[in-house]
Design a protein around this ligand. Structure first.
Ligand code: ZN
Length: 244
């Protein structure tokens, strides 16, 4: 079974459309689409992103932004720009989008893989970026393979016996995951933060236990202009060009 894994779309419709069409034309034809959360927040096209994800994803998690926007987490956790965007989103989304967000949970499971928006021990807030921190998560996680989002950085961590490694995962990175425990982050569709502004996704094969990282160019101008036109903080448009 092959799944395309996406995360952190953040109301960026041009990026989501580019990723979906790249998946469609890649020749891989995944059986399922899994989304690790943060469908909305930051960007200016929440309803279209929510509708596409709702229609296409076989499983979809809630991210911290989705939870704040639907009113289940306090907005004071956010930085100024994130908070402003969350307030804007809560005011502008349709009833249908709100009903979709209301159904989501930050934890899931599919084909033996654990799905967590942020980390297995803190599914809502923990950014897993350092090896020692990943080691604690890998030791604590019940599932052998866990998929996480939230940091917007395409990367992986692996524990084999006593040894834990991890690395950033530029496009073309292929993981052989038959042995050991794994924490894998597909990177972000709509607001990458690893210095590569292209939209990111992962293809996971749960028979062979391999995973490959992909990046797709998309019309950043369209997403940035929508943010500016909506009077959202300018920095949310600017950061898309640098992938930070
Ligand atoms: Zn996010």
């Amino acid at each position: 079974m092959r799944a395309a894994i996406i995360s952190d779309i953040h109301s960026n419709l041009p990026a989501l459309v580019a990723v979906l069409s790249d998946i469609e034309t890649s020749g891989v034809t995944p059986d399922e689409l899994w989304c690790l959360g943060d469908i909305v927040g930051y960007g200016a096209t929440p309803d279209a992103c929510a509708a596409l994800t709702d229609n296409l994803a076989d499983v979809c998690l809630a991210g911290n932004h989705d939870l704040v926007i639907r009113g289940d987490l306090d907005i004071s956790h956010f930085t100024m720009a994130a908070g402003e965007a969350a307030r804007w989103t809560a005011e502008h989304i349709s009833d249908r989008t709100r009903a979709f967000l209301d159904r989501l949970k930050p934890v899931g499971q599919r084909r033996e893989a654990g799905l967590y928006h942020a980390s297995p021990r803190d599914p809502i807030w923990e950014y897993v970026l350092a090896i020692d921190q990943a080691e604690e998560c890998l030791s604590a996680q019940q599932e052998r393979v866990c998929l996480i989002g939230h940091s917007h950085v395409a990367c992986y961590f692996q524990k084999n016996g006593r040894r834990t490694d991890g690395a950033l995962a530029p496009p073309g990175t292929v993981l052989e995951m038959r042995d050991g425990k794994w924490l894998v982050n597909p990177g972000s569709v709509g607001q990458p933060r690893d210095g590569d502004p292209r939209a990111s996704y992962l293809i996971l094969d749960t028979d062979a236990w391999t995973a490959s990282f992909h990046r797709v160019e998309y019309p950043i101008d369209l997403a940035a202009r929508a943010i500016v036109d909506a009077d959202l903080p300018r920095q949310l448009a600017d950061r898309l060009y640098v992938g930070q």
